[in-house]
Design a protein around this ligand. Structure first.
Ligand code: SAH
Ligand code: SF4
Length: 362
């Protein structure tokens, strides 16, 4: 039987665990500190614990890190890791360089059950939710990698925009967020932890009550009619309803809720869409992030021209809506938004058109 992984434990649970082993509870805090901000991967490293406790812990518990099966670096500095979990499932995690820091894009599920029409992960289907330890270990792995490389810039932002829909793995997500934000642990500011969701109203409400962090809503369309063509779950929740839930979501340190909008040629890139979007968002400090669609041979859409994207952006800016265009990072290694899992897709469908096309996109 697998030994329990200590990265699944909160600081309180570690303290209780230590008491149950007849140790003082502060040992739990020491262990928490080692496995979070000190990025420990063995019990041996925990030099302020008695030797006997270190060996007891190592027979009873584990501190698994997934195996790196592939590491690809793009010319723009983006690094994508393909990671094998203990049951052999594969996930991906991506380190994205920014001007003065790094951002990590983490996965929360193997595959995704939502099945958005423009997303490679959605095409894989759903395998399972990640455990808390599997979410946290992506962060530990990335921090160790940057440290080993001698990088001085910090890994400052964590975005839950990798494989999967974070709010469908809600309890593990919330526990992982609490561990990431804990002042005695990684101590990430909640403002720098961003959960991106396709828009699940009930779960957004629970997150807002239990542990609000920065929120990004994947809206992608200003009307229900267009949204339903792209996102199956749009049948359940209307655009209006999603916007009103965002307005009630706590704003961390006055941060803005991001509206993500994958902009797709001839689907949602018209001026009429821009006008409707501006109307929908007016009067509240949203930030729109336009993500030009990242094409893939398995996906039936096209990327709009840069001029069309700029026209769309200009219109929103003219209506005083803060709007940025996301630079596609990691396109050359299929690490850009919505492309995670492309390799698994290839292995799942060996005869698909993906195989016939040239490798790599963008
Ligand atoms: N499931 C969550 C988080 C993971 S997807 C969500 O949907 O928000 C992260 C972001 O990548 C989402 O905004 C998603 O819409 C976007 N994305 C998916 N496929 C894409 C593609 N082909 N091109 C550009 N962005 C894409
Ligand atoms: Fe799932 Fe997000 Fe991809 Fe939609 S865009 S299929 S919700 S990962």
């Amino acid at each position: 039987m697998d030994k329990p992984d200590l990265r699944n434990y909160s600081i309180e649970e570690l303290k209780d665990l230590m008491s149950s082993l007849g140790e003082p509870s502060y040992r739990g805090e020491q262990i928490f500190h080692w496995i979070t901000c000190k990025n420990a991967i063995t019990f041996e490293e925990m030099t302020d614990l008695p030797k006997s406790l270190r060996s007891e812990l190592s027979w009873k518990f584990s501190l698994n890190l997934p195996e790196v099966v592939e590491k690809e670096k793009d010319v723009d500095g983006t690094v994508k890791f393909a990671l094998r979990l203990k049951d052999s499932n594969l996930i991906e995690t991506v380190i994205i360089p920014e001007r003065d820091h790094y951002t990590l894009c983490v996965s929360t599920q193997v595959g995704c059950p939502i099945g958005c029409k423009f997303c490679v992960t959605g095409k894989i289907g759903f395998k399972r939710n990640l455990e808390v330890s599997e979410i946290i270990s992506q962060v530990v792995l990335a921090r160790r990698y940057l440290k080993e490389k001698g990088e001085i810039l910090p890994l400052r932002n964590i975005v839950f925009m990798g494989m999967g829909e974070p709010l469908l793995n809600l309890q593990n997500l919330i526990k992982a967020l609490k561990i990431l934000a804990h002042p005695k642990g990684f101590n990430y500011s909640r403002k720098r932890l961003t959960v991106s969701t396709v828009g699940l109203v009930k779960e957004m409400e629970i997150l807002s009550k239990e542990f609000p962090v920065a929120l990004a809503l994947s809206l992608h369309a200003p009307t229900d009619e267009i949204r339903k063509r792209l996102i199956p779950v749009a049948k359940k929740y209307s655009v209006e309803e999603l916007i009103s839930v965002c307005k009630t979501f706590p704003r961390i340190k006055n941060g803005r809720t991001t509206i993500e909008y994958v902009i797709i040629k001839n689907v949602n890139d018209s001026m009429e869409c821009a006008k409707k979007l501006a109307e929908l968002l007016k009067g509240y400090p949203f930030k729109v992030n336009l993500i030009p669609f990242n094409p893939h041979p398995e996906l039936p859409f096209e990327r709009p021209s840069q001029e069309d994207v700029e026209r769309f952006q200009k219109y929103l800016l003219s209506k005083k809506i803060l709007t940025t265009v996301r630079k596609s990072k990691g396109l050359g290694i299929e690490a850009a938004c919505g492309q995670l899992g492309a390799k698994f897709l290839k292995s799942l469908a060996p005869n698909s058109m993906y195989k016939k096309s040239a490798l790599g996109t963008g």
